[in-house]
Ligand binder design. Structure first.
Ligand SMILES: NCc1[nH]cc(CCC(=O)O)c1CC(=O)O
Ligand SMILES: [Mg+2]
Length: 324
């Protein structure tokens, strides 16, 4: 007897393997998160994110040019805000001359076609390190949404192509969409972090922005990692409210959710491969326990195979340098 079907024929050599490869990674798959700080000539490594940096606006220019030359066409901006500018109202978040607004203009100056997305949430601006306004130890939903809409308008005014609300307040997509429409920003997109989990993988990011919650945790607004149907409910609502792109966050532990959504919705799905996922691989590779490049490629390929149309990833530059 012999096997009637020998699947190994299609794996026999590199050429045939590439011909039948189902998932292909390209620079077009990526959104590059960037961290920006006040100051001049600053490029500081984030301790829990080896080889990832915070840039001051002057050095941001070189980085953006480098990304553009590598074929990376989209950035997602985050700012580290001085403690003295933080309060409980998001005052600095809606300052048209704030660091974020300046960063948007800086990127557009050096790479006019770079697609600029911006983080919309109050945590980097909050004296409590929470994504919304705090009253009596609670995160206040609707008042927060009003600020998020103003913040989005301010980003659009500075030249942002798409705003990316990462806060998980109820109804914020509608507030933001209405705000943008009323101000005439009909072309500004919204990428909603529609299924964002209360994950322990965000630790290094909170180091990067010095934005860890000052009390409690984020479980009253971010989703329970145990829940699956809820991700579909959240995402369908955000699409109804006007989201152009939806997101699952984090990545690897949530690929079942990505596939569920891929089968359910017709808008592009992005996945945020978050800071803790980055840190884990960097640490293991530093110890010589994992092959960095091979595991990195396996991870981004798995995210795309699961159904991601876009991947926000700290590995974007590493991946593209490897495959170019
Ligand atoms: N609005 C906060 C925000 N936006 C993106 C991330 C995490 C990204 C990462 O870990 O890479 C977080 C952290 C949090 O919710 O506390
Ligand atoms: Mg929601």
């Amino acid at each position: 007897m012999y096997p009637l079907r020998r699947n190994r024929r299609l794996r026999a050599g590199h050429a045939i393997r590439s011909l039948v490869q189902e998932t292909i990674i390209s620079p077009n798959d990526f959104i590059v998160p960037l961290f920006i700080v006040e100051g001049k000539n600053v490029k500081e490594e984030i301790p829990s994110m080896p080889n990832y940096y915070r840039y001051s606006l002057d050095l941001l220019k070189n980085e953006v040019k480098e990304l553009w030359n590598l074929g990376l066409k989209s950035v997602l901006l985050f700012v580290k805000v001085d403690d003295k500018l933080k309060d409980n109202k998001g005052t600095e978040a809606i300052n048209d001359n704030g660091l974020m607004q300046q960063a948007i203009k800086t990127v557009k100056d050096v790479a006019p076609e770079m697609y600029v997305m911006t983080d919309v949430a109050l945590d980097p601006y909050s004296s409590y390190g929470h994504d919304g306004i705090v009253e009596d130890g609670k995160i206040i939903n609707d008042a927060t949404c009003e600020i998020l809409a103003k913040m989005s308008i301010s980003h659009a005014r500075a030249g942002a192509d798409m705003v990316a609300p990462s806060d998980m307040m109820d109804g914020r997509i509608l507030y933001i969409r209405e705000g943008l429409e009323e101000e005439g920003f009909t072309d500004t997109g919204i990428m909603s972090y529609s299924a964002k989990y209360a994950s322990a993988f965000y630790g290094p990011f909170r180091d990067a922005l010095d934005s860890a919650p000052g009390f409690g945790d984020k479980k009253t607004y971010q989703m329970d990692p145990a829940n699956r149907s809820e991700a579909i409910k959240e995402t369908l609502m955000d699409i109804d409210e006007g989201a152009d792109i939806v997101m699952v966050k984090p990545g690897l532990c949530y690929l079942d959710i990505v596939r569920d959504l891929k089968n359910e919705v017709e808008v592009p799905i992005s996945v945020y491969q978050v800071s803790g996922e980055y840190a884990m691989l960097k640490a293991a590779a530093e110890k010589g326990w994992l092959d960095h490049d091979a595991v990195m490629m396996e991870q981004v390929t798995a995210i795309k195979r699961a159904g991601a149309d876009l991947i926000a990833s700290y590995f974007a530059k590493d991946v593209v340098s490897l495959i170019n």
